[in-house]
Ligand binder design. Structure first.
Ligand SMILES: Cc1ncc(COP(=O)(O)O)c(C=O)c1O
Length: 431
């Protein structure tokens, strides 16, 4: 595959941008070669600067549930954009998007729009602290919540619940109120709450952890978190930046039938534009400024163009059978691959929930915490990823990333991709 244009653009980008990118995983550091520069996308396909064509399963890391350049989204965006791109004052589109979300989500009464998933989580944590008047936050190893200072924390050694920072530039004091535990470990949560429960503002969790592989939790564990939060007066905060509007309109809370107290969103609600949101009951949301004492603001928050994209996308998602069809075609795609793997006996498993899938380089048929992920995955993935790319299939360039099937993926796309995965696995496990 010719990559000379991408390579040239990458060399230029490195002069002006750290690592040549604006978000680290894009830099291809976990795989061979250098990043591919894209110039066009339509439906399930993308084209790079060297005119190579791909079937895309990255989908901009989740937002593009309708595929690239969806006509309905583009039309709505162009219509709204003609009248100006930002006012810094209210417009009807903010209310319209909020109404679409709240009226179709049984656990939300009000939402506040921000500009990214990180901002949504950061603001929701502040709200949880402001509402409960407590400081401590419990998070889980293997869940990613954006680059919020106090959540860039990994578990400490042994039984310590106080973690260590995963980035330079974060003072110890900023993470001093963050407690970290392994996923799916009820006893550890119980023990922590016995000691610290009265001080814990919230438990934050990706109810479908999808940033360290797909670490599907037992519903019982999530229900247990609900119960313990209620018992101790802490808030249950579902970070649904990936799962929201992806595994169903009501995300993971709808899928599992669990009511969190606070939720954060991003990705899909912006239709490919930078949008995040957090939401809760009116009682909790009324603590946010200007109604309440928890300050949070944004120059471009609720930007009409981004809101228009979100409205157009979510209106499609609300159409009958939208999620059912996505789930069915993803399940079929996964089945084709898994049947082959089972016959071949490769130590590999393809997991999925709704239209999110993960390629796990291990024979474990359940992987529920980060320490169960095969540490050799990255090596195997490097070979696998090259093979897939050369066959015109684009997935996130890291073994820890999940893939996304969109409405635009046809049965033919999925058949082609399944065959490519099979042959890439043959090569990966040939050695
Ligand atoms: C669960 C979760 N929360 C928060 C974020 C941060 O969102 P953003 O990258 O829009 O800041 C992400 C990003 O992938 C995410 O997956």
């Amino acid at each position: 595959m010719e990559r000379s244009q991408s390579n040239k653009l990458y060399e230029e980008a490195k002069v002006y941008l750290p690592g040549g990118v604006n978000s680290p995983v894009r830099a291809f550091r976990s795989v061979n070669g250098s990043p591919i520069f894209f110039k066009k996308g339509k439906g399930s396909h993308t084209w790079d600067e060297d005119e190579n064509e791909y079937i895309d399963f990255c989908g901009s890391w989740g937002p593009l549930i309708l595929g690239h350049a969806h006509d309905g989204v583009l039309n709505k965006v162009s219509e709204v954009m003609k009248n100006g791109t930002s006012f810094g004052a209210p417009s009807r589109y903010e209310t319209k998007l909020a109404q679409l979300i709240v009226d179709n989500h049984r656990h939300l009464e009000k939402v506040r729009f921000v500009n990214s998933g990180t901002e949504a989580v950061m603001s929701a944590i502040r709200l949880a602290r402001g509402f409960t008047k407590r400081n401590k936050v419990l998070k889980f190893e293997g869940c990613y919540h954006g680059h919020v200072d106090s959540l860039m924390v990994k578990a400490g050694s042994g039984l310590a619940t106080l973690g260590t920072s995963t980035s330079a530039g974060i003072p110890e004091a900023y993470i001093g109120e963050t407690l970290v535990l392994p996923l799916n470990d009820k006893a550890a949560v119980e023990a922590l709450f016995e000691k610290e429960g009265q001080n814990i503002a919230c438990i934050v969790i990706e109810p479908i952890p999808a940033n360290n592989g797909l670490l599907l939790q037992d519903k019982e564990f999530l229900l247990f978190l609900r119960v313990i939060c209620t018992r101790y007066g802490s808030l249950l905060f579902f970070d649904e930046v990936i799962s929201g509007f992806r595994v169903g309109f009501e995300g993971a809370s709808g899928l599992y039938g669990i009511k969190p107290d606070i939720m954060s969103f991003g990705k899909i609600i912006g239709g490919g534009f930078p949008v995040g949101a957090y939401g809760a009951s009116s009682e909790i949301m009324d603590c946010v400024s200007p109604d309440g004492p928890v300050y949070q603001a944004g120059t471009l928050s609720g930007n009409p163009v981004a809101m228009a994209a979100g409205i157009a996308q979510l209106e499609e998602c609300l159409k009958p059978n939208f999620y059912q069809e996505l789930e069915e075609k993803t399940a079929r795609f996964v089945r084709i691959v898994q049947d082959y793997v089972d016959v071949k006996g490769y130590p590999f498993h393809m997991f999925h929930v709704g239209s999110i899938f993960w390629l796990s380089f291990s024979n474990k048929n359940r992987v529920q915490s980060s320490d169960e992920v095969n540490p050799k995955s990255s090596e195997l993935f490097r070979v696998f990823f090259d093979e897939l790319l050369n066959q015109g299939i684009y997935i996130g360039p890291s073994s820890y990333e999940v893939g996304f099937v969109s409405q635009a993926h046809s049965a033919e796309d999925l058949n082609i991709a399944a065959e490519a995965i099979k042959s890439a696995l043959d090569t990966t496990y040939a050695g």
